[in-house]
Design a protein around this ligand. Structure first.
Ligand code: ADP
Length: 273
């Protein structure tokens, strides 16, 4: 049994990430001469292998653009993004992506949904035993033959996590993966993601609107400014795990982050409390 308080079991699956002076200027939406959005402006960030880092910032500040760039779906206009020492130029199974919408195939069972990446890579036969292992890991073995419409939102998101992790990504990119869940399921899923992180030591980059979620989960929190997205501050979360959301240290950190965001002129989910 892996506990939340222990060090990651192994880091051999993880890789470091480096974002170096990245700017992203989108093309004009109408194909004309006026430039499109300047989504990122000189963003630099290093993430160590096995780290869990959150990115918070207002809508439109370029969080998804940064994640998609690391996934290899967008190219930087200037600057470079690298995994380990290798520049990222295209998508790869070593970088898994999980979205807010689990995006399961409705006509496939839970087992078949988890197997999708293995089938695409032609390795299902030798990896079949791992499918059972991953279904156990996310507590869905009893639902192997169920279809997505029989699953709750939390269960569907667990399938989505298992589907990404079964490819043993060196980096897992999570774009508001828990944003559509109710508060109670969301907290349970935060522990689930932390448990998977502990078990695999995978480097994780986690976009969220929720400051408490960022504090509860991350080693470090990257605060971005309004568009064009720049990094305002990077805060290290030194609280012991498992973290107590009601502790004074937690609340102090929350206040500190809100203050930073307030000075940066941002409206965030955490402001409403
Ligand atoms: P966030 O994830 O922080 O909400 P995004 O990365 O989605 O922000 O978007 C940052 C900015 O880039 C926004 O102004 C958005 O409209 C623009 N943008 C994002 N993707 C594209 C695209 N494919 N083409 C043109 N503009 C885009």
């Amino acid at each position: 049994m892996v506990t939340l308080g222990s060090a990651p079991a192994e880091l051999d699956e993880a890789a470091s990430l480096r974002v170096w002076h990245v700017t992203k200027q989108f093309d004009s939406p109408d194909g004309g001469t006026t430039p499109g959005a300047l989504a990122l402006d000189d963003v630099s960030l290093s993430i160590a292998a096995g780290e869990l880092v959150s990115i918070v910032g207002p809508s439109g500040c370029g969080k998804s653009t940064l994640l998609r760039m690391i996934a290899g779906l967008h190219r930087p206009t200037t600057g470079e993004v690298a995994i380990g020492a290798t520049p990222i130029t295209a998508p790869s199974a070593e970088r898994g992506l999980v979205f807010q919408d689990p995006n399961l195939f409705p006509w496939l069972t839970v087992r078949r949904n988890i197997e999708v990446g293995l089938v695409a890579r032609g390795v299902l036969r030798e990896k079949r035993a791992e499918v059972d292992e991953f279904m156990r890991l996310v507590g869905l073995e009893a639902f192997a033959n169920s279809f997505p419409h029989h699953l709750s939102g939390g269960m569907a998101q667990r399938v989505s996590l298992a589907r990404a992790l079964i490819n043993h990504p060196k980096v897992l990119l999570l774009d508001e993966p828990l944003g559509a869940l109710d508060a109670f399921t969301r907290m349970r899923m935060q522990d689930e993601v932390l448990r998977l992180w502990r078990a695999h030591g995978t480097t994780m980059l986690f976009v969220t609107h929720d400051i408490d979620e960022a504090i509860y989960m991350s080693n470090r929190i990257v605060i971005m400014t309004q568009r064009p997205g720049k990094i305002e501050e990077i805060i290290e979360v030194k609280l012991e795990r498992p973290r107590d959301r009601g502790s004074q240290a937690f609340l102090n950190l929350r206040g500190e982050i809100l203050e930073t965001m307030h000075f940066a002129g941002q409206e965030m989910a955490g402001n409403k409390n």
